[in-house]
Design a protein around this ligand. Sequence first.
Ligand code: C5P
Length: 228
Amino acid sequence: MSYFALIPAAGVGARMAAGCPKQYLPLLGKPMLRHTVDAFLGSSRIAHTYVVVSADDAYVAEALPADLAGVTVLRCGGATRMESIRNGLRQLATAIGQDDLVLVHDAARPGLTPALIGKLIDAVGDHEAGGLLALPVVDTVKSTRTGPVTTMARDGLWLAQTPQMFPYRLLLRALEEAPDPEAITDDASAVEMLGLSPLLVEGHPRNLKVTRPDDLRIAELFLKMDEQ
Ligand code: C5P
């Protein structure tokens, strides 16, 4: 059994409102996507890394040079994150075995480390429903969903991160059969809709998803710590 990384990187980064998709913004002089890919290239557990970009992507060739070993770019991005991942999985039908494990990881989480990848792989083991990195909620959570403000009990609440790791066959089935693709904001929720319960493995704040401009500085602080 082998482990493969699949990085969806076909978003436009609307909330970042930068001149280019956020995954190509420089962090410490290197495109964000390159930091993300380097975490997988630095892990001895990963057999190969696939990156899904949009068909007309004009930036990836510079971020990931063609001679970079261990990475393949797939130009099959879709309109949503879920579609990008599903398209990538379909394209890899002969490259990845049905029972091999796929680690889906957002390009916009450049703070991932080989140690966190190894922690996820070791903790999930051969659990049939796979698993994901997540952080226990530390703040008090308020809800306005039903009108007046209410406070939710925070114990047992987690914030999902990536990588999220599942057997190839299970992940593709979950994404193909998802009843409401709009409601799918991560891969684990598609697997949960099949009645399965992925394992939660404690991640790390450094693995934040870069979403807004201030997040760039926070991500750089974590990356700088590695250089010291
Ligand atoms: O926009 P957001 O931060 O939620 O995107 C999460 C990840 O999904 C990013 O790495 C982004 O590039 C990717 N994505 C994608 N295809 C889309 C939308 C987002 O691969 N259509």
